[in-house]
Design a protein. Sequence first.
Length: 341
Amino acid sequence: MANITAAQVKELREKSGAGVMDAKKALVETDGDIEKAIELLREKGMAKAAKKADRVAAEGLTGVYVDGNVAAVVEVNAETDFVAKNAQFVELVKATAKVIAEGKPANNEEALALKMPSGETLEAEYVNATATIGEKISFRRFELLEKTDDQHFGAYQHNGGRIGVISVIEGGDDTLAKQVSMHIAAMKPTVLSYNDLDPQFIKDELAQMNHKIDQDNESRAMVDKPALPHLQYGSKAQLTDEVIAKAEADIKEELKAEGKPEKIWDKIIPGKMNRFMLDNTQVDQAYTLLAQVYIMDDSKTVEQYLESVNAKAVKFARFEVGEGIEKNEVDFAEEVMSQIK
């Protein structure tokens, strides 16, 4: 059996990222042959990764990287929040965002085939990370955004990287773009404007809102409070010219019935129409960036604020770690008992 030196172990660790004991065992098994040891570690890493493949990895981090006029936001998952703070994991996330921004892949398959600075593919790096960290480490998704020279990226990460946002703003400056990204992180819009909402989605969300009103009205009835009316519409997409004309005509009839002098109607109608628009675009306010009240100036929507500073939002991407992943509910007491048995 070959005499394995500390220098050999150190060299193998630097080349493979393996732990001390794993590196030493691999060198012993391969009689000190570094290249064979690397291959052995790779095979063992793939085997370990395969065993962990069916585990749920819903923790992790987002990564954001800007490369000139191209930016990338990525999500990388681990099984536990503890591992998401591991230095090797954090560096892997940063390196993933960088190589994707520079390589501009079209899909996950192309992304995983990109070469990392180590010479390994991105996919191999994840196999190695799973083997050395001891948890399933998986590359989940990415989005690339491009801008022109006259536009600005707003790159922002929140809550230690659990949320990652990139926005593209025309006009304004980098500071404004970052502030818009901070808004996006906090308010969770899913699309830019009402034009991006699916009509069926609007109908479904409106039905859910009216269902909640029904539930609230049951409680109000118990304390003799008047019932709240159902919402007629949920999005600006539903407010046709005919709908708006009818709303204005109804307001005039209401003012007439109340005996308000016609000469002051022009002062009252704009406010009531604004109220009508606000009440009947609640789906937009929940899901579209431009219709949301801007967190930096709550007297305006995002769209109104950007218009006031001669800027406009072009596009954005927002990732939140684990969104859409069904997490395993772990009974720790049961897990401990099973290990004791």
